[in-house]
Ligand binder design. Structure first.
Ligand code: HGY
Ligand code: MN
Ligand code: MN
Ligand code: MN
Length: 408
């Protein structure tokens, strides 16, 4: 098998871990399905004779030491998925990272080159944040922007903590984190720009400002039949109005400059015959400009206060998962353009509206983020799709980027 065929075989094999009936994957962080993909990652590294480390928050590092003591250039992304998610988001970058690293190691050996930096591949813990919020957890702990002991205490909807979940799958690690000199990540675009323009590679130049609002609506539990309408303090009715306000808030801004949604809503006690006592919502606000996110937040907080007043209900709002705009270094962008041109691949600069582990890593080391086309631009769903051909274009570019970055 050629390297390319081996990559495709591995990619489609990993998609079997947590496979859903509609061609997606459900491999949420620290579940038995996530464990299968982690075991596969460790096995791959072991077969190459690479060192495996698992740190305290479950990040996995496959390390190839060619210059003793030198820091590492890491390639990678995440193997966890959203619930009923796609097979490409995250997994593509990790598996491409492993194959690119293998390819680079062969090349170093063949050419007798000792690079400036060592090379490694990383599978970050809980990038998706579907089971345990906030997202981008493992890489944010790694760079010090989230507190490790606090993140280990975060609970899922069943009350299971990150520490307990990692322990239960055998990935609550104790290893030291490697010292890092650079980071490169490849990912599906999750939008339509590359597909529309028929471009092979996106070189990500900046990320959008994002933030979430944790909203707790506290009503009064009562009987759906026996309580007079005038006597109800229905948390679900108030929460529904909040959802509509979150959706509509973007209308005050130029089209396409801001997006918003409520993706999670849980209610208590959730019985057909009980007026809801408590609803918990998470709103996600993202914009090209930080100012617009802050303005949308201000409008919403004002509207939420009015909804609370109208329904004689208490609504608590807290900020979380705030991610500042990151500008990726010009040197890395130029490197992508040079490498792509040498390989005959088309390339353009592109922003990311979605979050990525590279957004965290960009805070501490020179970071490169690459996109490949997504068919129909869809993601976080089972229909997510990119072609084998596009994945291979990306793999070639990533391997050359990793080569150049490890030479220093
Ligand atoms: O937050 C994000 O955009 C990501 O997909 N976790
Ligand atoms: Mn991702
Ligand atoms: Mn994602
Ligand atoms: Mn009754």
């Amino acid at each position: 098998m050629t390297l390319n065929q081996e990559f495709l075989t591995d990619f489609h094999h990993v998609a079997e871990f947590g496979a859903t009936v509609r061609n997606g994957v459900d491999r949420q962080a620290a579940t038995p399905e996530d464990k299968l993909s982690r075991d596969w990652f460790a096995e791959f590294a072991k077969n190459q004779g690479w060192e495996i480390r698992v740190d305290h928050i479950g990040n996995m590092f496959a390390l190839i030491e060619t210059r003793p003591g030198a820091p590492y250039v890491l390639l990678g992304s995440h193997l966890d998925s959203q619930p009923l998610g796609g097979r490409y988001d995250g997994a593509y970058g990790v598996i491409a990272g492993l194959h690119a690293a293998k390819n680079i190691k062969h090349r170093l050996d063949a050419e007798g080159v000792v690079p400036e930096f060592n090379l490694g591949v990383v599978n970050w813990f809980n990038e998706e944040g579907g089971r345990f919020a906030p997202s981008i957890m493992g890489s944010s702990v790694f760079v010090g922007s989230m507190d490790e002991s606090e993140m280990l205490k975060v609970e899922d909807l069943e009350g299971i903590s990150v520490a307990q979940a990692l322990e239960s799958i055998g990935y609550l690690g104790t290893d030291a984190r490697p010292e890092v000199a650079g980071y490169a990540e490849i990912h599906i675009e999750q939008g339509r720009i590359l597909e529309r323009e028929q471009i092979n590679i996106g070189a990500v130049d900046y990320s959008w400002h994002t933030q979430k609002l944790d909203i707790e609506v506290l009503g009064e539990q009562s009987h759906t039949g026996a309580t007079a309408m005038a006597d109800r303090h229905d948390a679900l009715v108030a929460a529904s109005k909040v959802v509509l306000k979150v959706h509509d808030v973007v209308e005050s801004f130029p089209e396409g400059s801001i997006v918003s949604s409520v993706g999670r809503m849980t209610l208590e006690p959730n019985s057909p015959i009980v007026v809801a006592r408590r609803v918990h919502l998470v709103a996600d606000l993202r914009a090209e400009n930080k100012h617009d996110v802050l303005e949308a937040r201000r409008i919403l907080i004002d509207q939420i206060a009015r909804i609370a007043e109208q329904h004689e209900i208490k609504i608590n709002v807290a900020d979380f998962d705030v991610r500042e705009i990151q500008y990726y270094p010009e040197e890395g962008l130029e490197l992508v353009e040079k490498v792509a041109a040498n390989l005959g691949k088309s390339v353009r600069r592109i922003r990311t509206m979605a979050g990525h582990d590279s957004v965290a890593m960009n805070r501490i080391v020179p970071t490169v983020m690459l996109f490949i086309p997504s068919i129909d631009g869809v993601s976080h769903c089972e229909r997510e799709f990119s072609t084998d051909e596009d994945m291979l274009h990306g793999l070639d570019v990533l391997a050359d980027i990793g080569w150049e970055m490890s030479l220093g």
